[in-house]
Design a binder for this molecule. Structure first.
Ligand code: C2E
Ligand code: CA
Ligand code: CA
Ligand code: CA
Length: 285
């Protein structure tokens, strides 16, 4: 039975289709890729936002935009299922463009409502950094929405940066000259040389969730987290711990001097509407 038949032969095959779909073997990937291409055009993608909080007060100071795919049959599909596929084709360029544009539209909407403009960080793919076009993309965005320059942050994974550190440095320096902040995502999981880290001149290090998980019971995780916090401080960078799920992790990170936190303990990612009513209106007072 071909995938196409399975998908179109009625209700009984739905489960089969979904299982094959999620497994990501070759024909399904092709199918997924072409569906994703249409999804971008048809606005089937949707942004969720996860709050970032100050460790000391637990107060929300920023948001991270996270993309989801509102698939007509499968429901909400998470990025781990489709980012890699997008990255292996040129689709990631379209996807990142869609995300940036959607973030700008959302922030303008909040601004028009008179809500405070929190800092919003946007994930940009590794594949995008090493190609030209990212700088142009941001330039045209800022031409259209100049007030976003000082509340946008770009998140690049450590691995993405190390794929072409010189290019990443040039890109980040240009963006920073326009007021956009830069954050090194999933830090600690790659192998950034300190020399590069210094040259990169990023604003923020985000400690990879894998270290936060074990922080309360695993000495080596704890040591890595401490070392990253110390490193950030010595380079005058901010540090965010991601994936904080318990009060114990919060207290421990705070005692290590980590100023900013993100994780399910504070909030899961939510759709824009919920972020607006749970967090933005209350901030407005
Ligand atoms: P990431 O940038 O490291 O984002 C953090 C991921 O961890 C998010 O998953 C978030 O929902 C999840 N998370 C946050 N707090 C917790 C926690 O306390 N516990 C646990 N277990 N998980 C937590 P999500 O949204 O599924 O995104 C996965 C990855 O997909 C992201 O990892 C990022 O690399 C990529 N991604 C997401 N949105 C975009 C996008 O718009 N563009 C690009 N290029 N990549 C994106
Ligand atoms: Ca991120
Ligand atoms: Ca991360
Ligand atoms: Ca990650």
């Amino acid at each position: 039975i071909s995938l196409y038949e399975a998908k179109n032969s009625g209700k009984g095959c739905y489960v089969f289709w979904q299982r094959e779909f999620l497994k990501g073997s070759t024909p399904e990937r092709v199918q997924l890729e072409s569906e994703l291409r249409e999804a971008i055009v048809n606005d089937e993608l949707v942004l969720h936002f996860q709050p970032k909080v100050e460790a000391q007060s637990g107060k929300v100071y920023g948001l991270e935009a996270l993309v989801r795919w509102n698939h007509p049959r499968l429901g909400l599909v998470y990025p781990d299922r489709f980012i890699t596929i997008a990255e292996e084709s040129n689709l990631i360029i379209e996807l990142d463009r869609w995300v940036l544009n959607a973030v700008a539209i959302q922030m303008s909407h909040w601004r028009n409502l008179g809500l405070p403009l929190l800092e919003v960080s946007v994930n940009v793919s590794a594949a995008h950094v090493t190609r030209l076009g990212l700088v142009d993309l941001f330039r045209s965005l800022l031409d259209q929405y100049p007030y976003l320059a000082h509340c946008l942050e770009i998140e690049l994974t450590e691995t993405a940066i190390m794929a072409d550190p010189d290019q990443a440095t040039v890109v980040l320096n240009t963006l920073r000259s326009w007021g956009i902040k830069a954050s090194v995502d999933d830090f600690g999981s790659g192998y950034t040389s300190l020399g590069y880290l210094k040259k990169l001149n990023a604003n923020t290090l985000k400690i990879d969730r894998s270290f936060i998980d074990g922080i309360t019971y695993d000495h080596s995780d704890r040591d890595v987290a401490k070392a990253i916090i110390a490193l950030a401080s010595s380079m005058s960078m901010d540090v965010v711990a991601e994936g904080v799920e318990t009060q114990d992790q919060w207290e421990m990170l705070q005692s290590f001097g980590c100023k900013y936190l993100q994780g399910y303990f504070f909030s899961r990612p939510h759709c824009a509407q919920d972020i607006e009513s749970y967090y933005l209106w209350p901030l407005q007072g």
